[in-house]
Structure formats: C-alpha cells, structure tokens
Design a protein around this ligand. Structure first.
Ligand code: SAH
Length: 351
C-alpha cells in the first residue's frame, strides 16, 4: 500500500521497467484484497442530448455537429433484457444531462421496469449527471444502487478552465452532488480525465488523494481524448501522444489500487479507444470492472457513435467468450451473474 503524494508521483513518473513492478504489485494487492474477479456492467447510452456545455465533451449543447438521438423505452428495455439474458449481472444507464420532470419520471419508470424484467436480479448503475437531491432519492428508491459522477478534475482552477464559467457548471455543485449520492446510500463512483490541457502530474496525484479523502467506492478514469468540435481542441498541442496518455492512464490505475485497495476500479473505454487491449492492460494493473457497450445490439439507424456489431445470439456469446479469454490472459477472471459491488462501500457504511 501507499499513502503519500510523493509515492503516487513516483509511480506516475516511473520508467517503463519500474512501472511493470508497480503494475504487478497493484494486481497482487487487488487479488489479495478483493480477488481477481472482473465484473461486467452492460453500458446503455440512452441519449446524447445534454443541457451542459463542457469544453471537452463531444455531446456538449453547443456542438451543432452532434446528431442527437434518444433511445426509446423499448430499445433501453431490450438492451437491459439482453444484458440479463447474457448474464452480465448489471447495467449502466448513461447519458447527457437532462433534469426536466418528464425526463426524471421516465428514468424512474425505466429503473422499475428493468428491475421487474430481471426479477430484481440486474444491478443498476446510473451515470446521468448532476440532479436535484430529490431526483437522486427517487431513482435510488426505484432500484438504482450505484451512481457515477466524475469530478473530472479535483483542482478547482483546472475545473473552471475546462467548463464554461456559469452557475450550471459549478465545481461546488459537483461536490454537493457527490455528497448527496453518498448520503442517500448509493455506492458512489467518481473519477477524472487524464492528460487534460493545463493538467500536471501533481494535479493527478492530488486527484487520487481527493478520491480517497471523499471515501469514494468506485472510480472510472480515462485519458482525455480531444474532440474536433469542442473548444478545448484548440489546446491539443499541449497534450502528449496517445501512447503516453495510455501509459499514464495505467500508472494512475496502479497508483489508485495501491492507495485504496478495496474499491472498484473500471477499465475504461477511453483506454480501449487508444489500444484494443487497453482495458485488459488496466485489469493487469489493478482494475476489476468492465463496461462493454451493449447499445449497438438494437441498431441505431441514424446515429453511429460506435461501430454497429451484429449482435445475434451467437455473435454476443462470441464477444463474451473473447473478452473472457483476453481478461484471463491479463490475470483477471470474468464473473458472470454478479453485481460485483464495491467492498469499500460495505466497510464505509458498516453493512
Ligand atoms: N452526462 C453524464 C455522463 C456522460 S459523460 C455526466 O456528466 O456524468 C461521461 C464522462 O465522459 C465524463 O464524466 C467525462 O469524464 C468523459 N469525457 C467526456 N468528454 C471526454 C473526452 N473528450 N475525452 C475523454 N473523456 C471524456
């Protein structure tokens, strides 16, 4: 285990050879603390309509190139049923931020329906941005039990640089939301982007210490990937190569595992965007959660955020089988039909 900023920085600044030994240590401490099980969450991206205008994000409100889509209830429930029938254990509903009554009630209804169609068996994680306390509470009471809300950067100055300067994008609101989620009883997840313009290694070390200080249960972190149709694209020359971002991403995962051994750490899609085995590499450095995108199963006619894979029954099994094998080759073992809750949550709440 490690405790100090100096130790984190040592890992973040390590040579490839030194990094290998940290990766091993991190995987070892995971195996000894929570085991080498890797838990799946089927990711359902429900809509890319967003009221926010985050300067790094491709689905920001002002991006007129963003071809908007919203899945129907049938499509969302189909995906959830798919996850259930393929033994994924859990789903994540993620989307752009909307807070109107019609929307929050619809989510509430969908949560209940997912619970019903899986006879209570499917775990439900939400990743739907900043909401009122009462909305978080209603969704929790409807059956969602985990929530992801990244702090993006725990350095308030940097947070301000990557968000519009208005009350809709306040750092304090983000902190308050995380506090509300914990208070309500969600297993609470957060995380940051790695290698943002203007971000230093010290910022990243502070991010990890911040996540520990707020007693987080789950973390998802990934490299920042520039998007042409966003304001932050202008600063792309300030950030290192994709390969360097991947390598720092893996060092962040290892450092976090050594800092907080009993939390859930996601092997994020952004790592996979750089390297086809980026997620598996994160498993080899201490991650224990994967979120395969199950959206394409029902074909989005006018919108291809991700490649459209044929998700016939056989195809799906094949995808899972391959994932099982590649994860195994990286020291993990996919556990099907499990919620894979965060051990840390139970010690934090004395449950
Ligand atoms: N609206 C929800 C969830 C969707 S965005 C929310 O705000 O929580 C999910 C995450 O994608 C964000 O938290 C951010 O960390 C990440 N993200 C957005 N744009 C990105 C980019 N250009 N590169 C890497 N990650 C990005």
């Amino acid at each position: 285990m490690i405790n100090s900023k100096a130790e984190i920085l040592q890992i973040l600044n390590s040579t490839p050879k030194e990094a290998e030994s940290y990766f091993k240590k991190a995987a070892e401490i995971r195996n000894n603390t929570i085991g080498n099980g890797v838990y799946l969450r089927g990711l359902i991206e429900i809509s890319n309509i967003c009221r926010k205008d985050c300067l790094y994000c491709g689905i920001r409100k002002s991006n007129s190139f963003n071809q908007t889509f919203t899945l129907t209830d049938e499509e969302i429930l189909y995906s959830a049923r798919w996850a259930y029938e393929h033994n994924l254990g859990s789903v994540v509903l993620q989307g752009g931020e909307r807070c109107d009554k019609e929307y929050t009630l619809r989510i509430e209804k969908l949560i209940k329906e997912i619970k019903q169609l899986s006879r209570g068996n499917l775990g439900i994680t939400l990743s739907l941005g900043e909401q009122e306390y009462d909305t978080y509470l209603r969704w929790f009471e409807s059956g969602a039990h985990r929530y992801l809300l990244r702090i993006e950067s725990s350095n308030e100055e940097l947070y301000k640089k990557i968000h519009p300067k208005n009350s809709l994008h306040a750092f304090k609101t983000r902190l308050n939301c995380l506090e509300s989620l914990q208070k309500i009883g969600y297993q609470t997840g957060s995380g940051v982007m790695i290698e943002l313009p203007f971000q230093t290694k010290e910022d990243l070390a502070n991010d990890l210490l911040f996540l520990k200080s707020i007693n987080i249960d789950m973390v998802g972190m990934g490299p920042y990937l520039e998007h042409e149709h966003t304001p932050l694209f202008e600063y792309r020359d300030l950030i290192p190569s994709l390969q360097e971002r991947l390598e720092l991403g893996l060092r962040m995962v290892a450092a976090l595992r050594l800092l907080i051994p009993d939390i859930n750490i996601a092997a994020t899609t952004a790592l996979q965007a750089i390297d086809p085995f980026g997620r598996e590499k994160a498993v080899a450095t201490g991650a224990n959660v994967m979120m395969p995108n199950i959206g394409p199963a029902f074909g989005r006619k006018n919108y291809n955020l991700y490649q459209n894979k044929p998700y016939s029954d056989e195809g799906a099994k094949e995808v899972l089988r391959k994932l099982q094998k590649s994860v195994e080759q990286h020291g993990g073992e996919i556990k099907l039909d499990k919620w894979g809750d965060s051990r840390h949550y139970f010690s934090r709440t004395n449950k």
